[in-house]
Design a binder for this molecule. Structure first.
Ligand code: 13P
Ligand code: SF4
Length: 410
């Protein structure tokens, strides 16, 4: 029987391998299998060509019964999402996991930061499993805790740290969420980023300059929210580049800024470009452009509607038959929306096919392997956040849950 393989993350487990310390892996022929340190599958990973994979997944799920709860993010492949007990965006899935205390195993078909959040929000005796440990997130990897601590030191040096509230997008590692918990900050998602920013500024309304936000790690969500939802200007925002000394900013620039945006982005949503929007409008008069706020500011400015994954799904569900849509979000979801709404014309906003490569790591062979291992009594690929990190990250997550107005609780 394969030995349990556990990935622990957070400061207390620094001597253990952590998925966020791994480089993104090249896929396909010619990849260096030995570079997949920490992501091997002990035992046998079924071949993708195995004709019995669907039957094996069904049998394993039936054998585990209510002991297992399978969560599927909207960006997952069709072959995997069909086995999900619930589907949703990252926050909804974390909340759904927390609402199933009787499930011994949470099999998370999504990416690493989502599995971490599920571990934080579930009870200590529940085990969260990520079927392929290479399912990271390039955006989350763009902010490392040591870099964020360096940025904070620079804010202290510039004499503004007392004015700053850190706000991190859900798409960040647990230790960044814990940093926000420790420094009076909050987590947000793409559907409540404006409420989170309002809350953050309200915490510092007594400060002479009215407060500042350090927004991690997605500069685009931060900029789109600050400018398009909060009425700030582009000049109110500066970009902190963690690769440059002092973030590439002077102390005066830090003192003048209202929002300090971390220089991170989503490698999928960052692909959509404004010229494709123009071309589609020429080709299809009356087309509706619907994009996620992780897209760049110029794309968002040209779109008709902007919103979270859940907003995109609800918008298409409510759209009239015969309407035409170009959607700027991950391709598995766009394809599924097109398949389930054949009465609407739905196209992908990118010229090229581009799935999220890390979301796509969770395929049927890894799912079958994880489920059959559980049936055989081996807990594989468990995601465990260390207790101290979990404690502080939970504070930031709970602040988000307590935000006024519309949130994922509604
Ligand atoms: P949501 O899951 O919050 O919609 O975020 C989009 C995303 O990029 C997930 O990785
Ligand atoms: Fe990360 Fe973007 Fe993939 Fe989401 S879609 S997991 S933010 S790289």
């Amino acid at each position: 029987m394969a030995a349990p393989f556990i990935v622990r993350t957070g400061a207390a487990y620094d001597d253990h391998v952590s998925i966020i310390d791994l480089p993104l892996l090249p896929l396909g022929k010619g990849r260096d299998l030995t570079s997949e340190r920490g992501v091997e599958c002990p035992g046998d990973l079924p071949a993708a060509s195995d004709p019995d994979l669907v039957a094996r997944a069904e049998a394993a799920k039936a054998a585990l019964g209510s002991r297992v709860f399978v969560l599927g993010h909207h960006y997952q492949r069709d072959e995997v999402i069909r086995f999900a007990d619930v589907t949703g965006d990252s926050f909804k899935l974390a909340r759904d996991a927390a609402a199933r205390p009787e499930a011994e195993f949470i099999v998370f078909c999504g990416v690493h930061f989502m599995a971490e959040s599920a571990d934080i929000l579930t009870s200590p005796d529940q085990k969260v499993i990520l079927p392929d440990l290479a399912a990271g997130c390039s955006m989350a990897d763009m902010a490392r805790i040591s870099q964020v601590e360096d940025a904070w030191d620079a804010l202290v040096e510039a004499g503004v740290a007392d004015d700053v509230v850190p706000v991190t997008y859900m798409n960040s590692s647990a230790d960044i969420k814990a940093f926000c918990g420790k420094h009076g900050g909050v987590v947000c998602t793409s559907s409540n980023a404006d409420v989170a920013l309002e809350w953050a500024f309200a915490q510092k309304s007594d400060r002479p300059a009215g407060g500042k936000v350090l927004f991690l790690p997605d500069q685009h969500l931060g900029r789109n929210t600050a400018v398009l939802k909060m009425g700030m200007t582009l000049d109110d925002c500066v970009v902190w580049n963690p690769q440059l000394p002092n973030g590439g900013l002077t102390a005066q620039e830090l003192r003048d800024a209202k929002v300090i945006l971390w220089r991170g982005h989503c490698s999928v949503h960052g692909r959509f470009t404004a010229d494709v929007v123009d071309r589609l409008r020429e080709q299809h008069p009356g087309i509706n452009i619907l994009v996620h706020p992780e897209c760049t500011h110029d794309v968002v400015l040209k779109a008709d509607l902007v919103g979270s994954t859940e907003f995109i799904i609800k918008t298409i569900e409510a759209a009239p038959a015969g309407s035409t849509w170009a959607i700027g979000t991950e391709l598995n979801l766009v394809k599924r929306l097109a398949d389930t709404h054949p009465d609407k014309n739905i196209v992908f906003l990118d010229r090229n096919v581009c799935y999220c490569s890390t979301m796509n790591r969770i395929d049927l062979p890894h799912f079958v392997w994880a489920m059959e291992s559980l049936v055989a009594g081996a807990v594989v690929n468990q995601i465990q956040v260390d207790p101290d990190t979990e404690h502080h990250a939970k504070i930031a997550l709970e602040r988000m849950l307590a935000l006024p107005g519309k949130s994922h609780r509604d």
